[in-house]
Design a protein around this ligand. Structure first.
Ligand SMILES: Nc1nc2c(ncn2[C@@H]2O[C@H](COP(=O)(O)OP(=O)(O)OP(=O)(O)O)[C@@H](O)[C@H]2O)c(=O)[nH]1
Ligand SMILES: [Mg+2]
Length: 301
């Protein structure tokens, strides 16, 4: 069967987990040789890890298998986990919010979980004793403001909101002023979900960033790009588009509950050297975890 047929078949059978696929490769080959490694490489590519990253992982794996004389399924899996983990451990994953105030700008395409993640992050920060203000800079829908308001109440954060349709950058301007007046520690800015091909929305994001850079020049700034963990290859173009417009400092990978996916993030981290900071594992306020590369690779293999 050709590569593309396999790819198609793979997509029709997304229920077969990554781990099962690897075990199947072990069943079809009785030894860990070049053929086996080729097959494994195809599985990585089909799991959205990306061509270049998959090749890199397999090359490293090949060397280690040779050097460490590995033949057993569990040993190979362990080496594979370690090689993936190495890629994911790019930099420090904590939020850098040492100034008072500091700011977190949250961006991403529609429906990925931005507002929900803001609620969860605000809650974590509040638990650490921080005073948080959230800015409702998604002014497209009245419902967006209401949704953020609910999360602000749950987490004990203050909210700055204006009427629907107003320029989001002006909401951010007001929110910065209020954050300073209240002596709050962190301002978190919720933005509208924007398709990366809609130029005016991206321009608007630039305007928000200009306001932040001007009004909070000295502040520590995190720009978190939220990615739906059930998305495949499309996540790569999302990262590319947002990186052109914003200085992304970290990723939030959501909806990892109930999915064996998320492999795409390995390629994204490798290619962009942007760390995953949090993962979302449900719709409730506590359903967020600090990203742990070791646990993550264990979950997929
Ligand atoms: N299962 C699960 N659902 C999630 C998670 N994060 C968010 N959601 C759900 O995803 C849906 C969209 O979440 P929102 O937070 O509104 O997403 P958004 O990016 O703010 O959406 P827009 O503002 O419309 O662009 C909601 O139904 C959330 O409950 C998660 O980690 N797991
Ligand atoms: Mg939202």
């Amino acid at each position: 069967m050709g590569f593309f047929d396999k790819l198609k078949q793979g997509m029709n059978k997304t229920k077969t987990s990554f781990d099962e696929k690897i075990s199947n490769v072990f069943k079809s080959f009785n030894k860990v040789d070049e053929e086996f490694l080729d097959e494994l490489e195809e599985i990585l590519i089909m799991s959205d890890i990306g061509m270049d990253t998959s090749i890199k992982i397999i090359n490293n794996l090949r060397q280690r298998i040779k050097k460490e004389k590995v033949q057993e399924e569990e040993e190979v899996k362990q080496l594979l986990r370690e090689e993936m983990q190495k890629i994911l451990d790019v930099t420090d994953i904590g939020l850098k919010l040492n100034t008072k105030p500091a700011v977190i700008l949250v961006v991403g395409v529609n429906g990925v979980g931005k507002t929900t993640s803001i609620g969860k992050i605000a809650n974590r920060l509040a638990k650490d004793g921080k005073k948080v203000v959230v800015a409702a800079a998604d002014t497209f829908r009245a419902a967006a403001v209401e949704q953020l308001e609910i999360w602000a109440k749950r987490s004990g954060a203050d909210i700055v909101k204006r009427e629907e349709g107003i320029d989001p950058a002006s909401v951010v301007y007001d929110a910065i002023k209020i954050t300073k007046e209240k002596g709050a520690d962190v301002l978190i800015v919720d933005t509208a979900g924007r398709l990366h091909n809609k130029k005016y929305l991206m321009d608007e994001l630039n305007k928000i960033q200009k306001v932040i850079n001007k009004e909070m020049e000295e502040a520590d700034k995190e720009v978190l790009l939220v990615i739906d963990g059930t998305t495949g290859q499309n996540a790569i173009s999302q990262v590319k588009a947002f990186k052109e417009e914003a200085n992304i400092t970290g990723l939030v990978l959501t909806k990892l509950d109930g999915t064996a996916k998320g492999g795409v993030v390995i390629g994204i981290v490798e290619e962009n050297q942007i760390p995953v900071k949090f993962i979302g594992v449900g719709e409730q306020i506590d359903d967020m975890e600090v990203f742990n590369s070791g646990d993550f690779v264990k979950a997929i293999i």
